[in-house]
Design a protein around this ligand. Structure first.
Ligand code: SAM
Length: 322
């Protein structure tokens, strides 16, 4: 496979919003609107009307890169959501239960693609609280969740770090999705820019910025680990830098919060084991830890650059509560 250096070669990924209809219904609709379902995606002509089901993510469909959904009613009404494949990994790995008693937090929810994915996986049961930080993003999140009919999602305009883990409203949370601000260095368009403009000075600025981001990301994970009933925490970034990925996870595992609350990494078979690209072994404490986490390479995986890790409380070992 050739190097992908621009969005032109990345398929158009479309997630069927199963809160509103089923994937077979969406496929029937699309085929009656001029598209043709094929067995597997091959990056053919950019205006091809072929589409395919994704091999790793349920309810995700692949279309030719230039396919436009702007005028498509199913997109306009929230039944189809445009979402990069890698950014579907966090909710899929968190795999929140579809139970009336489920209590889930999306700690950094805005603009809301992952919250709506969580709602769909929970079949709109239980409660998924999403915390956007600023007012403008709170509005965006609310609009997004309304449009996607995420009836179990509750947007709360609040800084996640100020949420008291022992507050009665949240103390029973079992699953937390943490997709905090990062450098965004995995976003393909941005990579083109970085490659072109990378000077020594830029690199120094980047190193300083990366370590500040990493400190913030670690703080967020440690805060999530303080929730008394939490069994699973998924931490993700759209960064390609080990500083924000493997190093943050390594430091989180060594933290007092992880030790006191018995957190370890979920084994590979509980974290999208079928995905072959895993963490960088040289940047983690062990080969096993590196195998437990997921990387997406913008050059090779037909996605943006991305990183996903999954912490579980040892005694629970991935056992779902329902
Ligand atoms: N998960 C989102 C999605 O898929 O649509 C994207 C999240 S984006 C990478 C990171 C978000 O975290 C930003 O919207 C940022 O404002 C928010 N954020 C940063 N610090 C936060 C905090 N302390 N509490 C809540 N949100 C925060």
């Amino acid at each position: 496979s050739g190097l992908i250096t621009s969005t032109a070669a990345i398929p158009r990924y479309v997630r069927v919003n199963t809160a509103m209809w089923t994937t077979p219904q969406a496929i029937e609709y699309l085929t009656s609107h001029g598209f043709t379902l094929t067995d597997s995606y091959t990056s053919g002509a950019s205006d091809s009307k072929d589409f395919a089901k994704d091999a790793h993510i349920q309810d995700l469909l692949l279309f030719a890169p230039q396919t436009s959904f702007a005028d498509e009613p199913a997109y306009q009404t929230g039944k189809l959501i445009l979402q990069d494949k890698a950014s579907c990994f966090p909710a899929a790995v968190l795999a929140p239960p579809a139970s009336d008693y489920a209590v889930v937090i999306d700690a950094t929810a805005a603009p809301g693609n992952k919250t709506s994915h969580l709602s769909a996986l929970m079949k709109n049961k239980g409660k998924a609280s999403g915390f956007p930080l600023d007012a403008r993003r709170f509005k965006t999140l609310k609009t997004m969740l309304d449009k996607a009919q995420c009836t179990n999602a509750v947007p709360v305009h609040r800084d996640f770090l100020t949420v008291d883990p022992n507050d009665g409203q949240y103390s029973s949370v079992t699953h937390i999705l943490l997709d905090p601000s990062c450098s965004g260095s995995g976003i393909v368009n941005r990579l083109d820019y970085l490659i072109e403009s990378g000077t020594k000075e830029d690199e120094d600025v980047t190193a300083d910025r990366l370590s500040k981001l990493a400190a913030f990301q670690l703080k967020m994970i440690k805060h999530a680990m303080k929730f008394p009933q939490v069994k699973k925490i998924v931490y993700s970034t759209c960064s390609i830098h080990a500083t924000e990925n493997e190093h943050v996870v390594r430091d989180a595992l060594l933290s007092e919060e992880a030790q006191a609350n018995q957190f370890s990494l979920a084994p590979r078979n509980e974290a999208l084991g079928s995905w072959s690209r895993r963490g960088l072994e040289s940047e983690m404490a062990s080969k096993e830890d590196a195998e437990s986490v997921i990387r997406c390479s913008p050059g090779e995986d037909f996605t943006n650059g991305f990183f996903v890790s999954c912490f579980i409380r040892k005694e629970g070992c991935g056992v779902e509560t329902s």
